[in-house]
Design a protein around this ligand. Sequence first.
Ligand code: DX5
Ligand code: ZN
Length: 217
Amino acid sequence: MSRPLVAPSILSADFADLAGGLRTIEESGADWVHVDIMDGRFVPNITFGPPVVEALRRRTGLPFDTHLMIVEPERYLKAFAKAGCTGLTVQAEACPHLHRTLQEIREAGCKAGVALNPSTPLAAVENVLGDLDLLLVMTVNPGFGGQSFIRSMLPKIEKARAMLDAAGSKAVLEVDGGVNAETAALCRKAGATAFVAGNAFFGHKGDRRELVQALRG
Ligand code: DX5
Ligand code: ZN
């Protein structure tokens, strides 16, 4: 199993001071920056696009774990890759040609990820496991930060772990939504290896270095 990774979500930072948000993430010792892209169509909320990602890229060397909550993500893969994203994670529900989309992500030079909404079964990725660098099990319905962790996703994480192991996959198993020190421990036990934290990270009152350690377990 890969070493636990922590990916604070810039979505919960002050949008008027994104560079400050990146500094906070760097100072915490976290591994990745989770970048939530929302289009107002796949999800109700709108965040930002490639030009903002490109501007962020100039301010940090940390990998960008980019979560595309957008319809027709294939139209924007190259733009996000060029903007400096390290990994591109598409939502399975938005990709009728998921196999091709994953190939295109790798061709663009990025790590290929797939996210599954809480209601989407793992079968959606069963036939593309060899094309996956990251599997993201959503533990909230995507669209907003600060929602509560859906506990009934724990058996799904366990199943995902078993599925990846059985296939000999080294893909990162990431969880996103309502992750804090307590829920991360449950996810770790279920086999998750990467932890996105938005509100728990930016809303943290104490030492964020300690929080990052706690999320890693
Ligand atoms: C939700 C996003 C998450 C969000 C998580 O749609 O995909 O990445 O930033 O925020 P918290 O950790 O506050 O649930
Ligand atoms: Zn996300």
